[in-house]
Design a protein around this ligand. Sequence first.
Ligand SMILES: *Cc1c(COP(=O)(O)O)cnc(C)c1O
Length: 377
Amino acid sequence: MVSERAGVLRPTWAEIDTRAFAANVATIAALLPPASRLIAVLKADAYGHGAVELAQMCRPDQVAMIATALLEESLALRAAGITLPLLVLGPMDDAALETALDAGVTPGIPGPEELAAACRVARHRDVAIHLKLDSGMGRMGVLESELPAVVEMINATPRLRVDAVYTHFANADDDLDPFTTTQVATFDRMLAAMRQAGVDASVHHLANSAATLRGIVRAGDFVRCGIVLYGASPLLRSSDSALPRMQGVMRWRTEIARLKDLPPGHGVGYGTTFHTTRPSRIATLPVGYADGYSRQLSNNGEVLIHGRRAPVVGRVSMDLVTVDVTDVPGCAAGDEVVLLGAQGHDVITAEELAAKTDTISYEVFCRVSKRVPRLYT
Ligand SMILES: *Cc1c(COP(=O)(O)O)cnc(C)c1O
């Protein structure tokens, strides 16, 4: 299944299924209303999956733009030969703006200060931006109260062009929370005020993955999707069978390094937080919290071996994890162990690991550290 293991010595790696990613992109693109287009969010190295490799799977007929948080991330994509339009969501100063424009990267201006910088740059060159409005999240974007000054800046800068206006939802994962509707109304009111003052943009984008899955997308609007392209659901309540089935992209696996038969009453790991209660077979895995396997999975997580679940026993340490394989017959050193993803008929999802570690699937993916090689299939 893995095309190459060149240079990978350790048996712990993350398989990245680029075809599954491409299929997820196609599924989302097909879901959009007429004239709507997908902005693929590949920030933070594509949520730990590898931005260059996944950007190479983005077809211009399905992906209008790729968004990153940092300029560095977009520049790395350009340097790797990615020719799709790129959008930087995070803040940039004058020098960074110049660098972005030189590389053909669109600044996603997140506030009045960054707009002022863009206007300074636009004194000597053409500058096309996406402008972010704060429709209620209280984080990035131009506030409604700041709109008059912002419009004045734009109107006073002939070489500045606003290609798109956008906003971000705070609670779109919760279908029972009416705040998303409030945010849409605020965004529309701000757009109307801008239009009245002579500032318009041909494109608007509001929806993240959750809003896109929930159909909170108007014809012609772009959407910015991240998590759903990696096969995880952003929705608090995912029971809706009408939702499209997304495919898992990351499969994190290792192998049994050592098997040990312990008598009843034997401690396992730091703090001896686990004691065997029966003759037990304990497998040690060459992976730990330094790889991003959360210490909160101590005496809490499960892994897949021979398609069966085996519980993590004892503390997760920096480089090692111990699991109880007493009930998994026929285990041997070198057997494959899946930490995240499918094996046999079972699957450990990012959502499952997130629930057990008091976080969200986004952080589960991002936490898989640089020490874990990514192998692309
Ligand atoms: C990260 C991000 C997204 C993507 O969010 P998902 O929930 O992963 O789809 C969209 N827009 C902005 C501004 C973001 O920062």
